[in-house]
Ligand binder design. Structure first.
Ligand SMILES: [Cu+2]
Length: 249
């Protein structure tokens, strides 16, 4: 049984590592999250395979034969075995949670020169706002980010709970009416990436997808300038609550 479980674990781990689980990595956090995921797979596959091997073996080997109406053996348990199956999972889960906490803590660390982008979820679209130091805010439905510049998303919702997810950044966060949640990323790869609402938010939930663009810093500055000049409709002075739902804090 041990040999079978070992063999099956090796096959299981080989299969999950052969599968390409992850989308493109486009932020400095992406690789840390992927490595964490790989470690979780490496630890959990042998446990799953090991438990299944014992279960299947026991069902076959110790099943009641036809005509066997007798009671099972009177077993009083095994303190040693019970200690093992309490302590080993406790140690595994504790180590993994400390590791995950370290990854999360690093990701949540405020960065110097951080740019704030406000994100508002609404049935069924995302809206974005770029506040600047002068108190002016550029509002847009396109998300454009400069490469290598740390971004903090301040996230809220107009109507119901949504969830702002950028798979390429490996980050997602609930967008809750009346609350401001946030996450940080530093985009490190130019390109177009999808934005997905990942909280069932109504009939149009599946259509609540947009794309974002990571561009060089100079291109971003030009884009923002163009948006700023595109008319008063896109720019609001000072903190206010607008009809498109961009709330200030
Ligand atoms: Cu939604």
């Amino acid at each position: 049984m041990l040999a079978l479980a070992t063999l099956a674990s090796i096959v299981g781990v080989a299969i999950v590592y052969a599968i390409d689980w992850f989308p493109t990595q486009a932020s400095t956090t992406s690789n840390d999250v992927d490595v964490l995921y790989d470690v979780l797979l490496f630890v959990s596959i042998p446990i799953f395979v090991g438990v299944m091997t014992v279960v299947v073996y026991s069902v076959m080997r110790f099943r009641a034969r036809p005509g066997d109406m007798g009671d099972g053996e009177p077993i009083h348990g095994s303190a040693r075995l019970e200690l093992i199956w309490v302590i080993v999972p406790f140690v595994i889960v504790s180590v993994l949670s400390v590791y995950a906490w370290i990854v999360l803590d690093e990701q949540e660390e405020p960065r110097a020169n951080e740019m704030v982008v406000r994100v508002t979820g609404q049935q069924f679209a995302w809206h974005f706002a770029y506040p600047d130091a002068s108190g002016k805010t550029v509002r847009t439905d396109d998300l454009v980010l400069p490469e290598h510049r740390p971004v903090k998303f301040d996230i809220t919702a107009e109507d119901v709970i949504h969830s702002f997810w950028v798979p390429a950044f490996r980050m997602k966060m609930d967008a809750v009416p009346g609350l401001t949640t946030s996450f940080r990323v530093t985009p490190n790869r130019q390109g177009n990436y999808s934005i997905v609402c990942t909280e069932l938010c109504g009939l149009g939930h599946a259509t609540m997808r947009q794309s974002l663009k990571v561009v060089p810093e100079s291109e971003f500055a030009a884009w923002l300038e163009k948006k700023r000049g595109a008319g008063a409709a896109n720019v609001s002075a000072g903190p206010s609550t607008t009809s498109t739902g961009v709330r200030s804090q």
